[in-house]
Design a protein around this ligand. Structure first.
Ligand SMILES: [Zn+2]
Length: 311
């Protein structure tokens, strides 16, 4: 029997007992062509690298013919080539003899069993996180008039169990999430979701605020006043310092909005009056005058923002 056939047989033996329900799908392909990212070592045959900065014109993506390719229709992917000399540096297991095959197969068994347990748990958490994201999105949509056209049924969020990767494909322990927009495609990544649930929820709020602002054509960066303000309201960890101008807007904002609320209470304003005024201020802070079509509204918001001066 060839090493390749032996490899297929062993994999089949390993995965058979793991097939517990109809969702446990596995695929063993032979002689397939895969795209391997030499930076991360990941199999990117199905184009899962759209949020990478090299996307489109990538020199790290290598086409490799592999002898045996295993995939569980999720994140567990192993590619085996029966050759002595590696042709790519990462992402492929090269097997040159039977001893090596046995080592690789016991590694495979160990990894897939850990992975299975982990993913059963991840599956549960995934739907909890998604539900949480939708609820938070819905809260934003109902609270702020400028978010009212957002659709919370289709949030483009991906939850990852692992850490983010930097531009060189190295593990990035710092980045806990990001919002990526390329052309008309948007994607929110949240990383390392399984360890600290509260932290993950905070990341979800942080990234959703970026996304909601972006989709509403407002300023959406980490160093914008509007972003800092909303992160403050929802405990969403705005960590990046603002420049002088945005800091100035922010300082006024956190002073004026509670003042507005106080005034509205004193004057016994009708329901919704405070929210309407607050939103106009937020719209002015969250937009650039030149790009904003309703100059009158913008100027009114700025007027409100500058009206109450600290004594
Ligand atoms: Zn951010």
């Amino acid at each position: 029997m060839s090493l390749k056939q032996e490899c297929i047989n062993i994999i089949n033996l390993i995965i058979e007992p793991l097939k517990k329900d109809e969702y446990d799908l596995y695929e063993i392909e032979t002689d397939s062509i895969r795209d391997i990212c030499e930076l991360s070592g990941e199999d990117v045959t199905y184009g899962e690298c759209f949020d990478c900065e090299h996307y489109g014109d990538c020199t790290y993506k290598k086409r490799v013919k592999v002898d045996v390719s295993f995939w569980d229709y999720a994140d567990f992917q192993r590619n085996y080539v029966f050759a002595k000399k590696p042709s790519v540096s990462k992402g492929i297991c090269y097997i040159s003899n039977r001893k090596r095959l046995m080592d690789e197969m016991s590694q495979f068994k160990k990894e897939i069993e850990i992975y299975k347990d982990y993913y059963a748990e991840f599956g549960e958490k995934y739907s909890d996180f998604m539900k949480y994201a939708k609820e938070f999105g819905e809260k934003l949509r109902q609270e702020y008039s400028f978010f009212e056209n957002m659709n919370t049924d289709i949030l483009p969020i991906v939850f990852h169990t692992d850490f983010a990767k930097d531009n060189e494909g190295k593990t990035d322990y710092e980045t806990k999430g990001n919002f990526v927009s390329r052309g008309k495609q948007n994607m929110i990544n949240t990383y390392y979701c399984m360890e600290d649930i509260e932290r993950t929820k905070q990341n979800i709020r942080h990234e959703l605020l970026h996304y909601f602002l972006y989709m509403s054509d407002m300023k959406y960066s980490d160093d914008n006043a509007i972003f800092h303000y909303l992160c403050g309201i929802y405990d969403a960890h705005a960590y990046k310092e603002m420049g002088e101008e945005e800091q100035g807007l922010y300082d006024k904002l956190i002073f004026v909005i509670p003042e507005l609320e106080k005034k509205c209470k004193e004057l016994n304003c009708k329901d919704g009056a405070f929210n309407a005024n607050r939103d106009v201020v937020l719209i002015a802070v969250g937009n650039d005058r030149e790009d904003f079509s309703n100059k009158e509204l913008f100027d009114y918001g700025m007027k409100l923002l500058n009206m109450t001066v600290k004594e």
